[in-house]
Design a protein around this ligand. Sequence first.
Ligand code: FMN
Length: 313
Amino acid sequence: MQLKSIDIGAFKTRNNVFLAPLAGYTNCVFRQMCYDLGAGLTFTEMVSAKGLCYNSANTRELLQLTPEYGGIKAVQIFGGEPSYMRRAAESEELAPFDVIDINMGCPVPKIFKNGEGSALMADIPRAQAVVREVVRAGKPITVKFRIGLTPEHLVTRDFARAMEDAGASLITIHGRTRDKIYSGPVNFDEIASAKAAVNIPVIANGGVFSLKDAEELMAQTGADGVAVARAAMYNPFVFCELTGTPEPDKKAVIGRQIERTFSCFDERFATVYMRKMLSFYIKGMPDCSRMKAELFRCSSRGEIEEVLSRINF
Ligand SMILES: Cc1cc2nc3c(=O)[nH]c(=O)nc-3n(C[C@H](O)[C@H](O)[C@H](O)COP(=O)(O)O)c2cc1C
């Protein structure tokens, strides 16, 4: 993997291997861990612009930052109404963030029906209006989108150009259509055609689970970098492999994740979340089913730590 720094407005990432947003997973502790393991940039999960305008408590929790986070702080917001998106971008809650990413790829029906997420790909003028308004907040704006809604109607290159024209500083392209959700092959050619059509950095996303996958995605698309989602959820140490960062002791890193998660979030959330994360991390191990069952019986930090102490990474 050819590592390089990426310019996002006046900011320079430390490398071009990014952690993509994952709703329910990329909280501040997880982002910190991935950054420490080598990720060049991390994003919060998608946060509703309307939720921000109405000051919902849920939304605020998604925007927590760990005090020691040393990287560029990027938040992802979603919404289909330019005025709300700008208000959200200018809100006090987003003040600590350096970069604002706009979600134009979310396939979930509830979001789509509201004209948000991937629905914006079917309405380029509105998508541009959203970006133009958010740019007025004065921060570098990035956009994450897909190659189209269906394979019959691919819009990648036009959409990429439209985002650049509207003022986006970087785009991330998930090389699948909305109807495929997260499965099926990634369309390298579509990402390549968008990359050739714009002057802003293009990050390719989809199907990176190993160094070989990342190198193929880069080679086939000519992209400036890659964004990794599910691989990080199952194995955050993938960032060591992708960036050549020496792999630290896995148990110690996960132990720290447990400690920080319990200190940043309430006990109920932290218990459920860490049970789930550990069950991802042990996937494929010989004893996996038995340990998973044990994990799901855990009801405290101590019990989760006890299971961790018996895992052979
Ligand atoms: C559980 C889950 C939650 C996701 N949440 C978001 C999100 O909040 N914002 C976003 O732009 N994409 C989201 N995605 C999409 C990923 O960022 C990524 O585009 C997709 O998973 C393809 O990358 P991958 O093949 O590396 O997983 C989510 C994906 C999954 C599986």
